[in-house]
Ligand binder design. Sequence first.
Ligand code: ADP
Length: 787
Amino acid sequence: MTERLRRPLFLAVATALAALVFWIDSIAEYESSVAILYLAVLVLVSAAGNGKEVTRAAQGCVALAVLAWVVVHLDSPTPASVLRCLFACIAIGVTAALLVSRKRLEATQRDLERSRAEVDLFANSVPYVLWRSNPRGEIEYLNASWTTVTGLDRLTVLEGQRYNDVVHPDDIPVLNETVSAAVANRTVTNLKVRIRQADGSYRWMQIYDNPAYSPLTDQVERFGGLSDVHDEVVAKQQLQLVRDELEISRTDLVNFTDSVPQILWRADPEGRIDFYNRRYTEITGRDVQATIERQDHADDIHPDDRERFSQVWRDAIFGRTEMRATYRLRHATGEYRWMSLVGRPIRLGETPDEIRYYGGVSDIHDEVTSHQKVKELNETLEQRVAERTSELMLTEQRYAGLFDVSNMTFAEMDFSEAEKMLDAIKDRGVTDLRAYMAANPDELARTLGAIRTTRVNEALARLMGYESVADLVANPPTQNAEDGAEVLLRQLEMYFHGIHHIDGRTVLVGKAGRRIPVYFTVTRLSDGLHLSSHLDLSEQERIEQMRQAAQAEMARANRIATVGAFSASIAHELNQPITSMVFDARTGIRMIAREAPDIEGVDRILQRMEKNAQRVAGIVQRTRENLVGRRRAVGATDLHRLALETRDLIDHDLKRADVELDVVCAKTVPAIMGDPVELQQVFVNLVNNAIDAMRDQHGARRVTIELIAKDTSVEVRVSDTGPGIPEEFIQKLFEPFFTTKATGIGMGLEICRSAVAAMGGQLTVANLPQGGARFAFDLPFAVERRA
Ligand code: ADP
């Protein structure tokens, strides 16, 4: 039965039943409560109708029950009938009330069911994942979107509490931390994490989980949800990326603009500058911000250029055109420098006002000033060139005249071909041309062969005996001088080493082998031309030869003149040995004349006489050699032995003068290089001088010959205990013929000095602090002494 039929049917049956009960109750006088049957009417109405209808039916039933009592019992009312009627009415009322209340409960239940269904529908229809969790944070409810988003069955996830499985591993620590803190503190969780989607990809989702008090559970439960914010997060990340890149580019741009050596600027459509790079401050010393605020950059422009600059600026801004200006800008140092400004309008958008001027200012001071200088120089140069050209023309005329008619000799040679060959040699890395040419004679010959005589003057041709200049020009240049190749090589070196001038002596070889000694000079001209001139030295050389002959003659005369002096010195030198020999001869004669002749003594005397005779012979020989200028017998000489021999020779003189001669020689001295005869004569002279000096002296008369070996020489010292040399005589002592003796000649020390000098030593004299004089000289070892 359909709902539509059921209701009228039930209501009709209820009405019929009510009428039937009323009829029975009003006509039958039963001692029972028929009216109770009205309850069935109410049940029927309740089954088909609503609460109001039940209430009305109850009211009707009560009215019918009362009406039936009135009909039946009004005439003879009994308490029992009244009570029955009353009970029946109460029962109807209570039943109706129960039925109405049940109706209401049913309606409430239905409403509740509908609400729950609606909530569920709502929760599952939104595109967000929603959940409810208990106070411990464990999720107890998940909506259907969970499955849609993650692809996982929500009931399974809820059972295992595995909802964190879908969170990106990198976000789990922060999620756990945030959720734990929110649960513990009962605060809101608001966090973005990556959630694995049904397709396996991760998307950024926002968790919003709010604690709320539930009256049902009387606890603080948490209600939360997940919303997809992936696009927003990604967009934000991309935005940040773009921002970062923008910041980097901005920094780059600033760095770039700051690094250029020019001032860079930007201006708005009205020509107001709103950007300067750092160079502006470096150049002008001005603060960029302050200048931009005040817009007073034109103050730094030179007063003479300011108006012109402003005009250019205004015109460009007005016409939206490019601007170019050259002006002087005051720098931080106070100096004005020429600058060049260029600016261009750049359109940024559609409207005419969307325009910016971008420009730069560069320093062109050096360019401008050098341009000015070049201009000035050009003017000066042009003037000079004009002057010089006229001067040169005059000079050229003079030079040509000089070349041709002068008595000076000139030759002009062309080295240009040879210079090319030298360039090639240089390119091969040659630095020492002379050594290279010595090693490559063929190449030298080729290079010399490339040299041409281009011009000679008549004076030179005349000097060299040629009748015409052409004959000389035709001659190969190397053949024009005895050392022609050498002179030309020197000229090649001039080019090779960048020398402009050389000079020297050579002998020109003229016609028929004629020799002309000359002093020459060579000057390198432009275009590989060499100009040489020559000074005839024939006359000078003749004079020189004469001078040398005169000198030789003078030397001979000198030698002859010195013979006299030598004779005197010979007399001086021979005097002593001859006197000694005479003395010895007399002693010998006396020894032989004795009754018992002292043969041994005679023998000794004769030996000494022989030595003295040899010495005389030696002196004579040396003197002869001196006169003819021949070298003497120089050889290794044992000085110690020589000194002892000398002592022996002059023993007689020593004894007669009561002088003691010590020969002191610490260790064996090496042989020296010298002439023994001359050295002995030096010893004899020095010792005799000492004897003479001490002759009138009281007290000790001692002469000491010391021989001291040094590194490469032996020092000989002859000291005495005499009066020494007066200071004023010390300088003159070695001069020839200086003597303080009545019978002296003054040649002894001069002979000693020159003899020692000839052997490589130097004779010196000094007074000793304790008195007496010391003569000393060094003589080199005969053989290099080894350490
Ligand atoms: P001469 O012996 O003929 O005078 P010398 O040339 O040998 O010529 O000596 C020159 C002078 O040097 C001597 O006259 C003497 O005055 C001085 N003279 C040389 N040796 C000594 C000496 N040992 N002490 C002092 N005077 C000296």
